[in-house]
Design a protein around this ligand. Structure first.
Ligand code: ZN
Length: 280
């Protein structure tokens, strides 16, 4: 039974992925495309971490070693039983308020990775994220695959988003999360030279697969350890259903607290500033 259900979910996820991939082909639908791209790249990323055939030339673990303090998957130094919840692709008027409501009710502060084009459209939501004590990071302006971009293009994606966040939050964030977690070493060199810290994750809830809350919950605690950074989404592409995330969140918070975990923001977890320092 369990297996048949697993397969059904898997097939549903694949079908949803294909539908979203279809929308990605429609020009001028960057937001709609983002979900499908996120899915494709997340698969590539997990393949890379699993050292499969399609692996990227450099694994995330290698990057974390080579770019210590610049490319981060989790907190390595022990700082007690602390973990961080992170939510990508915000602000989204459908899901971000629902996620914020749960966090407020549970008195949890989390970290939100902001897409600049969305922040420009929903400044009130941006102000709410910040005023409720959450940390924010830069998730690029148009959610492109960074490895395909030149350094100049990457710089424009990041700086334009930083300026948009400054307009509502009052500061530019130090943290960058690349779309799909994908970034090249040369781009990491650039990030380091500009005082940015690239923050990915070590635990993937896989909520972008539009899976039920129970599965989101299970994924979000699989492999979890002190210092972990958990990937979730509070925004999606056109038609993407993130109610699994919204419904899993209260239970996830309760479970983590029952296991003695303290939920903190990424800057608190990593002991880094939230605001970007001026380079040079
Ligand atoms: Zn994203």
């Amino acid at each position: 039974m369990q297996h048949r259900h697993g397969w059904k979910r898997w097939l549903t996820a694949i079908a949803a992925g294909l539908m979203l991939a279809g929308t990605a082909l429609v020009p001028g639908r960057a937001d709609g495309a983002s979900a499908a791209r996120e899915q494709r790249a997340a698969m590539t990323a997990s393949a890379a971490r699993g050292h499969m055939a399609s692996a990227a030339p450099v694994s995330w673990a290698d990057l974390q070693r080579r770019y210590r303090g610049v490319f981060v998957l989790r907190a390595v130094a022990s700082g007690g039983r602390r973990v961080a919840l992170t939510f990508d692709d915000v602000p989204d008027p459908r899901y971000t308020p629902l996620v914020l409501n749960v966090l407020k009710r549970k008195r949890v502060r989390a970290t939100f990775f902001v897409v600049g084009s969305r922040a420009a459209k929903h400044p009130a939501l941006m102000r709410r994220i910040v005023s409720e004590g959450h940390a924010v990071g830069n998730h690029t302006y148009s959610h492109p695959e960074l490895p395909k971009l030149s350094l100049g293009q990457v710089e424009r994606e990041i700086e334009r988003t930083g300026e948009t966040i400054r307009a509502t939050a009052g500061f530019e964030p130090a943290m960058i999360r690349p779309p799909y977690g994908d970034i090249r070493p040369a781009q990491l060199e650039w990030a380091r030279s500009r005082g940015y810290i690239v923050v990915n994750w070590d635990v993937d809830s896989q909520d972008w697969r539009q899976i039920p809350a129970g599965v989101v919950l299970r994924n979000a605690v699989k492999g979890l350890r002190p210092g972990s950074i958990i990937l979730m989404h509070a925004g999606g592409g056109a038609g993407q259903n993130l109610y699994g995330t919204v419904n899993a969140l209260p239970r996830l918070i309760d479970q983590l607290r029952a296991k003695g975990y303290e939920l903190v923001t990424v800057p608190e977890l990593l002991h880094i500033p939230e605001r970007k320092r001026k380079p040079g």
